[in-house]
Ligand binder design. Sequence first.
Ligand SMILES: C[S@@+](CC[C@H](N)C(=O)[O-])C[C@H]1O[C@@H](n2cnc3c(N)ncnc32)[C@H](O)[C@@H]1O
Length: 234
Amino acid sequence: MHGMSSRFAASVGVATMLIQSKRGISGHFAEIGTFAGRYFIALSHALTGDERAIGYDTFSWPSPKVKTKLEENIVKYGVTDRSIIVAADSMKLAANDILSLAPGKKIRFFHVDGEHTPEHLSNDLKLATQVLDERGVICLDDMLHAGYPTLPIIVHEFLKREPSLRVFCIIDREDIAAQTKYMICREPMFDFYIEELIKAFPNNIWPMGADFRYEKKALVLSPEPKLPNFDDLL
Ligand SMILES: C[S@@+](CC[C@H](N)C(=O)[O-])C[C@H]1O[C@@H](n2cnc3c(N)ncnc32)[C@H](O)[C@@H]1O
């Protein structure tokens, strides 16, 4: 399927939603930047009951044909009943626009993958935080990307203003076109998500972890968790 998110990142996202379901955390999945549905459809498969997948995109890049492609993919991969697709600019959305589409639940997994400018990321992060279930997860695409070096600075500034949010996991890149994601939760859920993802991905843990200056390091999951080998110096 056309798209940018990696297969590995999609499998970590799906695993996180299954972990939530097992723990009784329910809610919708939302995405800004649905494109042709590569990540959207994968995560939609992890929804249960009356949970919905809510996708936003301007559908103007590379041409409006991308909306038709998304609609075809939603049918092809069997998630028609649970999908709600809206053509919209995330800069013009308010929290209630999202929550009123499928009332009764907040968002348990929010993927932010729209326009990669500092202004859009600040806006989209704020929106995601406003609609997030207390035990939910925000996933940010294209962090640490060579093409967007200022985006993590925006995230750090945002987290200073929202100290109860923490990055609990970095999902390492698969390719320059399938980049690193940050996963963020509220502080009381930090240990829970790390422990559950360690159990789910025992062969993908990069042993040094990520130092966000918390008392404990965040988890780093990598498709190939390598460290340089210095055995000859021992
Ligand atoms: C990198 S692509 C998303 C890739 C997709 N999530 C995937 O996994 O394949 C970014 C998308 O964000 C959309 N976008 C850009 N600016 C936007 C905005 N202001 N509001 C909503 N979507 C936007 C673009 O149209 C594009 O489809």
